[in-house]
Design a protein around this ligand. Structure first.
Ligand code: FAD
Ligand code: PHB
Length: 389
């Protein structure tokens, strides 16, 4: 099989890239290790920046997002038992859309199926060949048979545990990592949200987040220990702990219900540089991971895809390699800003086992300054809604 761009991974990065390229006449094939059903079952991100929404619109897959997604003009930050609103619309003139990653994935898959572009699910043993040159190949197994795709470029959109990154020669690859000493235990429940907007809560027992997927479905998180297992958190314990961390008024609104999904995510930040080697590009979690506190993971995947499709479309239209040469540095400039914001949100709102009373007071001072300063609130707002491209 021949194609212009072989895309590894059918997560948000791979699907979005595939659809943007198809729309602009660039042929592509997506190879995914899992089944479509499995990919759709992974509950992850929930906040979409305006810029990301714009890219989804460009693929023609945005209609349901605008119909069913919730436009939020701010968030609330709670600490010391009180809630404080950060009004994005007033501060920076933009909001965000609350719409699940599972729904975006579904919309992009549907739009891809309609366009007739090829996605191969349940492929095994994906390996990349000759990525240093201009005729890279991808080999894989499907249905017990060996197959090969000849491409002009390969996009490694295969997430943090994918294979693509390892094809950048070790001497050229630099990685940067911070592992946080805690995780998030997340629960999905068919109960109305406790408030119209997301509430990020700092509490000495640990961080808590009240998010949502719709007017009738809540997504709730508590900071937990890295040693914890999902089975350590039956629903009763989860609600009891969440109630203790929330301010009184919010806790009173919490309607416990049987969880329909529960998962545990260790928090970490990770960046691999560079994001291109020869004809191989990395995009999304394949190149970087952020802790979820800033809601940036999915949005960063879209950000990389934006720069990458510009580069590829320019190349296929004009023969110019300028965008290709600039891809890694352009993408990384935005990645590091989002890493910084996610690190700041995480550091300010979580309880760290090694912290002394001093650091705890610093967090309180940071938050008191934040809610009292228009400049500080505007800084949070412009990062949360998404920095300009
Ligand atoms: P992925 O979504 O990881 O997609 C990569 C795809 O590649 C997968 O479908 C995978 O099956 C496939 N793949 C992997 N290896 C191979 C291979 N060898 N061959 C073929 N295919 C392969 N972000 C937030 O903003 N908020 C959250 O609450 C949040 N929660 C998260 C919870 C978890 C457990 C994880 C892992 C991430 C979470 N994120 C969250 C981050 C966000 O979901 C990711 O940033 C986003 O999914 C990145 O998209 P992606 O397409 O780059 O990678
Ligand atoms: C979510 O709804 O899953 C969500 C929202 C905001 C975050 C992280 C996760 O910062």
């Amino acid at each position: 099989m021949r194609t212009q761009v072989a895309i590894i991974g059918a997560g948000p990065a791979g699907l979005l890239l595939g659809q943007l390229l198809s729309r602009q006449g660039v042929a592509n094939v997506i190879l995914e290790r899992r089944s479509a059903q499995y990919v759709l079952g992974r509950v992850r991100a929930g906040v979409i920046e305006t810029g990301t929404a714009g890219f989804i619109d460009e693929t023609g897959a945005g209609a349901r997002m605008h119909r069913e997604g919730l436009v939020h003009d701010g968030i609330e930050i709670a600490f010391a038992g009180e809630r404080h609103r950060i009004d994005f619309r007033a501060l920076v003139g933009q909001g965000v859309i609350v719409y699940g990653q599972t729904e975006i994935t579904r919309d992009l898959m549907d739009s891809r199926a309609r366009s007739g572009a090829e996605t191969l699910y349940e492929v095994d043993d994906v390996s990349l060949h000759d990525v240093a040159g201009t005729k890279p190949r991808v080999r894989y197994r499907k249905g017990g048979m060996e197959h090969e795709i000849q491409a002009e470029f390969i996009a490694g959109c295969d997430g943090s545990h994918g294979v693509s990154r390892q094809y950048i020669p070790a001497p050229l690859l630099r990685t940067f990592e911070r592992q946080y000493p805690f995780g998030w235990l997340g629960v999905m429940v068919d109960r109305p949200p406790v408030a119209p907007e997301l509430i990020y809560t700092r509490h000495e027992r640990g961080f808590a987040l009240c998010s949502m997927r719709s007017a009738t479905r809540s997504r709730l998180y508590v900071q937990c220990s890295l040693e914890d297992r999902v089975s350590d958190w039956p629903d009763d314990r989860f609600y009891e702990e969440l109630t203790r961390r929330l301010d009184g008024a919010t806790a009173a609104k919490l309607e416990p219900g049987a969880s329909i999904e529960k998962s545990l995510t260790p928090l970490r930040g990770f960046v691999a540089e560079p994001m291109r080697y020869g004809s191989l590009f990395l995009a999304g979690d394949a190149a970087h991971v952020v802790p979820p506190t800033g809601a940036k993971g999915l949005n960063l995947a879209a950000s990389d895809v934006h720069y990458l499709r510009e580069a590829l479309v320019e190349y296929f239209r004009t023969g110019s390699r300028a965008g290709i040469e600039a891809y890694s540095s352009r993408a990384l400039a935005r990645v590091w800003k989002a890493e910084r914001f996610s690190w700041w949100m995480t550091s300010t709102l979580h309880t760290f086992p090694a912290h002394s009373g001093f650091e705890s007071r610093m967090q309180e001072a940071e938050l008191t300054y934040l809610v009292g300063s228009q400049a500080a609130r505007a800084a949070l707002a412009e990062n949360y809604v998404g920095l300009p491209y």
